[in-house]
Design a protein around this ligand. Structure first.
Ligand SMILES: Nc1ncnc2c1ncn2[C@@H]1O[C@H](COP(=O)(O)OP(=O)(O)OP(=O)(O)O)[C@@H](O)[C@H]1O
Ligand SMILES: [Mg+2]
Length: 308
């Protein structure tokens, strides 16, 4: 590659026309395709340019090399720039997609909460009337039906709140996680503890991403781990918020090709759109699973009211 770069810069110096520009661009594209990192690539181009300076025979030639170097470098980097822009656009699209998903989730949650709630109220009323007109031995059956309806109502309420936790909007991440932990705990029997603080409110997109992270991690703990305990911890330091979910279950099995779950992959994509990252694995020496998420929270990310 070094020889090709030297030759391309030599042609560019002689005549910086479309052909010379195209071959500089093409070298950059090939370097990118070969997986060369940006730093390494700039280093390679820089040494080709520096080489020409070393062999320059007059100040006038130095000046000519300096002028040509700028255009040549820009051409060599333009494939990287296009990839960078593409990644940024993909991230923006992903973020918009997540926003859309959240607003749809909010609509479904309200639908369950309000519509299903209203229907249940009507059933209760009908049952009361039936109770008044009941044959003598229908009493115990009616009581059982009422108990079942109470259960359905409680489940639907909890489900609607988990789907779109209004607590998250109103009170912030930690109270919403507390409620989620209790809900998972009462459903699964796993003891869930929530610790730490966000040191004030975070941007809504960051709060909902962290909430969805813990929701997926605890669902996984319930489904896959056989754990008795799970621990969620949140901390904010040096411009980032970090959230860790651990459990004392069987831990992650070695990777297999049969694993087609979407939960962790979805999390990775959601976090990438916020500049964050997620890692998971078994806890060395102890067993159990750990999932750790980090999201940058620059000043512009943070919301104002410090009540979480
Ligand atoms: N806490 C855990 N303990 C043990 N194994 C886990 C744990 N969390 C995830 N895994 C393993 O990692 C796999 C991938 O998890 P992921 O959430 O992506 O998929 P899933 O839960 O199987 O399906 P989905 O989330 O799409 O409903 C799981 O199938 C499971 O084998
Ligand atoms: Mg899952």
């Amino acid at each position: 590659m070094n020889q090709r770069i030297n030759a391309a810069f030599a042609s560019y110096l002689i005549r910086p026309d479309e052909t010379a520009r195209l071959s500089a661009y093409e070298l950059g594209r090939q370097a990118l395709e070969a997986g060369t990192g940006l730093m390494d690539w700039v280093g390679t181009v820089h040494s080709a340019i520096a080489d020409r300076f070393r062999h320059a025979e007059s100040p006038a030639e130095c000046a000519r090399i300096a002028v040509a170097a700028e255009g040549f470098l820009l051409e060599c980097l333009s494939a990287y720039e296009m990839t960078f822009q593409g990644a940024r656009e993909a991230n923006d699209a992903l973020r918009r997609q997540n926003d859309l998903l959240e607003s749809e989730t909010r609509r479904i949650a309200h639908e369950i909460h309000d519509t299903a709630g209203q229907i249940l109220v009507s059933v209760y009323v009908e049952l009361q009337q039936l109770g008044a007109a009941k044959p003598a031995d229908a009493g115990p059956y009616l009581a059982r039906v009422t108990t079942l309806l109470d259960e359905i109502q409680a489940h639907l309420r909890r489900f609607a709140h988990e789907l779109r936790p209004t607590m998250l909007d109103d009170l912030g991440l930690m109270p919403a996680l507390e409620a989620l932990g209790q809900s998972v705990s009462s459903r699964s029997g796993i003891a869930v503890s929530i610790e730490g603080s966000t040191e004030g409110r975070l941007a809504p997109a960051v709060e909902i991403a962290l909430y969805r992270t813990v929701q997926e991690a605890l669902t996984n703990t319930t489904k896959h781990s056989g754990a008795a305990r799970a621990e969620v911890s949140v901390e904010r330091q040096r411009g980032e918020v970090r959230c860790t979910v651990t459990d004392d279950g069987v831990g992650f099995a070695p990777a297999t090709s049969h694993n087609h779950g979407l939960g962790l992959i979805g999390l990775r994509e959601r976090l990438a759109s916020l500049g964050g990252s997620v890692r998971w694995g078994s806890i060395p020496g102890v067993g159990g699973a750990v999932l750790a998420v980090t999201i940058p929270v620059e000043a512009s990310h943070a919301a104002s009211s410090p009540n979480s």
